[in-house]
Design a protein around this ligand. Structure first.
Ligand SMILES: C[S@@+](CC[C@H](N)C(=O)[O-])C[C@H]1O[C@@H](n2cnc3c(N)ncnc32)[C@H](O)[C@@H]1O
Length: 208
């Protein structure tokens, strides 16, 4: 793995919210896919898309991809036959790369830690891959991320295990379940970079 790839992982691990997130990903946007796919063997987008494909017989569902980045999740969803996909991201650079892939219906610029006017109860599925924890989006933002989702809609999330533990995601997610906001169906660990030992959590929940 190149020195540059290692440096970028360090920067991601020590990210702050909002502006610094935007700056990092704007800088990284052009080489992100090469680093993630070729250097790290990143498979979270595949896992998320497969999780949805295993769960949903319908392919014409409306999906919102939170923190869509360069569009790796949209691409994997497309391979599984899901094409009604909108993406939101804070970084113009990442959104530009996603636009070039041509796999999103709409791409929206926005900060997921603030209120984004997407509308209430309009999506069947929400996905957030690699955009929670470590100064990205926090567990406290989940209630607002659930608003655009229909009741009974699925929320698929992947989070790096180190940040999942350090930031108390499991406890926070269980508390949301106790308040009746969602029901968690799957909470399991997987290695999300085949070239590294990089465990993450996969969460599949249903909005109540
Ligand atoms: C590790 S990348 C994951 C991108 C994509 N989901 C993937 O799996 O390749 C994290 C993404 O979250 C976005 N992001 C971080 N904080 C954000 C925020 N507050 N609002 C919206 N997007 C954010 C970044 O710009 C970046 O594109």
């Amino acid at each position: 793995m190149s020195r540059c790839s290692k440096e970028i992982l360090k920067r991601v691990n020590h990210l702050g919210e909002g502006a610094s997130s935007r700056d990092l990903y704007d800088d990284w946007s052009q080489s992100y896919d090469a680093h993630l796919l070729d250097d790290f063997g990143y498979i979270s987008p595949q896992i998320a898309a497969q999780t949805l494909a295993d769960r949903s017989r319908q392919r014409d569902v409306d999906i919102i991809d939170y923190g869509c980045g360069t569009g790796l999740v949209g691409e994997e969803l497309g391979k599984q036959g899901f094409t009604n996909v909108d993406g939101v991201d804070i970084s113009a650079g990442m959104l530009g790369q996603a636009r070039e892939k041509g796999v999103y219906r709409n791409l929206i610029s926005g900060d997921l830690t603030a209120q984004i006017a997407l509308g209430d109860a309009i999506y069947d599925v929400a996905i957030c891959v690699g955009a929670m924890g470590a100064g990205h989006v926090g567990a406290r933002h989940v209630p607002q991320l659930l608003r655009p989702l229909k009741s009974g809609g699925l929320f698929i999330i992947t989070i790096n295990s180190m940040h999942f533990a350090a930031e108390g995601f499991e406890r926070a997610f269980r508390q949301l379940e106790d308040t009746g906001l969602w029901q968690i169906h799957t909470l399991q660990q997987f290695n999300y970079m085949t070239q590294l030992d990089r465990p993450g959590w996969l969460v599949l929940a249903e909005k109540r």
